[in-house]
Design a protein. Structure first.
Length: 414
């Protein structure tokens, strides 16, 4: 009798091992492996994978029954082989330790380690046994699935992934995997930490018109630049009078210079430099506007930001059929680039993959690469002058009396 029970115990340990292995195997299959199972004719394995709730319930129920059987038979064998009547506590402790060790080593840890390296093979090997067990355990599986669904619905918890979890997952992703998708996900992770100042179109680059301009001059600006919305100022850019929507001008194209185009202006939407772009995107959606004028702490115009600028932080550069491809840098060798001076400091760091804290100590109020150079140098540099900061080297390629136009950047300079 003891020999028969020992054989049964070994069989139960094997069953516990293959069931535990199948749990890891099925729930770690990649989409490509699942498709291979289908195309290779392993339909049972494919159907098991497509019903994860039922599969998990089957595995849990069968594994628990097997483990209970192991505990009962092992306890009987220990009692029949050894006499712990004089010290029952010692006998109980030995039984618990031995049985727990056997179940963990041979029924859980070892098979799961193997299944993690051979998911597809284990899934194919277990497809028929699990299909049979699923049929036998169907009533209990149904009860388990519906009871857990009821509890989940009552709790009302959503299976959401946090930004921190997403960020950690991206750090573990290999560089050669999901390149485009990874860039979008990284954009989502960064999104809530980006302020308007990081993506601003500087004041010097704003295409605008004066309230005093004639209708002919306004149309010339529109034709030359092709924007759908243009800020309008009164006297200077610190006094924005409104925003001109080009679609509002379409019915009046045949008018002469006496036409009062100023009457078509819509109110401008103003935001501070410190506003986060995720909040601004919500405001754009609720207020149904696509352009905001960015103002500094004194109320002066710092620049502007559009809906497109915000979306580009997630999906990358957006170009329509009228856009010329903009590139503020040229890569000339492995660690050397030529940048426009007006390149935003945020874009400069993102292009080179630098940490946002790289220039935090020295950047001051600088928004652009040229501004960073001025903060480091303290004055307008000369042409061909070399400026270094830590392991960063900047060479001034083009400069006039007022601003830095082109800069050569080299990294890893000791």
């Amino acid at each position: 009798m003891d020999i028969v029970l020992t054989v049964i115990l070994i069989c139960l340990l094997f069953c516990s091992a293959v069931i535990s292995a199948s749990e890891v195997a099925y729930f770690s299959l990649t989409p490509g492996q699942v498709e291979e199972l289908r195309t290779e004719g392993h339909i049972k394995a494919y159907h098991l994978f497509k019903k994860p709730d039922k599969l998990l319930a089957t595995i849990l129920i069968s594994n628990n029954f097997v483990n209970v059987g192991i505990v009962i038979i092992s306890s009987y064998l220990v009692d029949s082989l050894f006499d712990f009547s004089a010290n029952p506590i010692t006998g109980f402790v030995i039984q618990v330790i031995v049985v727990t060790f056997l179940i963990l080593l041979f029924g859980e840890i070892t098979p799961k380690l193997y299944a993690n390296r051979a998911q597809k093979q284990v899934a194919v090997f277990m497809q028929t046994p699990l299909t049979v067990v699923e049929f036998l355990c169907r009533p209990l599986s149904w009860l388990l699935i519906h009871s857990t669904s009821l509890i989940r619905n009552r709790a009302g918890k959503k299976n959401n992934i946090s930004i921190d979890q997403l960020s950690k997952a991206l750090e573990l992703t290999k560089e050669d995997e999901i390149n485009e998708e990874k860039e979008i996900l990284e954009g989502i992770v960064r999104f809530s930490n980006i302020s308007v100042l990081d993506i601003i179109r500087p004041r010097i680059n704003i295409i605008s018109v004066d309230c005093e301009d004639s209708f002919t001059q306004v149309k010339e600006v529109i034709i030359e630049h092709g924007y759908s919305r243009i800020p309008v100022y009164d006297g200077n850019l610190d006094n924005i009078a409104g925003v001109l929507y080009i679609k509002d001008l379409l019915p009046h194209l045949q008018e002469d210079d006496t036409f009062r185009w100023q009457d078509l202006l819509r109110p401008a939407y103003f935001v501070p430099e410190t506003k986060k772009i995720n909040d601004l995107l919500e405001e754009f959606q609720s207020k149904k506007v696509h352009l905001a004028i960015v103002v500094d702490e004194y109320g002066g115009t710092s620049g502007m930001v559009t809906m497109e600028d915000i979306l580009e932080e997630i999906v990358g550069e957006i170009n329509d059929e009228t856009d010329e491809k903009e590139q503020n840098y040229i890569r000339i060798q492995n660690n050397a680039y030529i940048f426009e001076g007006q390149t935003l400091l945020y874009d400069f760091e993102k292009t080179l993959g630098l940490d946002s804290e790289s220039f935090r100590e020295i950047e001051g109020e600088a928004d652009t690469l040229a501004g960073l150079i001025l903060e480091i140098k303290g004055e307008l540099p000369r042409k061909n002058e070399v400026i270094t900061y830590q392991n960063h080297k900047f060479t001034i390629l083009d400069v006039d009396n007022r601003r830095i136009k082109k800069i050569k950047y080299e990294a890893n300079v000791q």
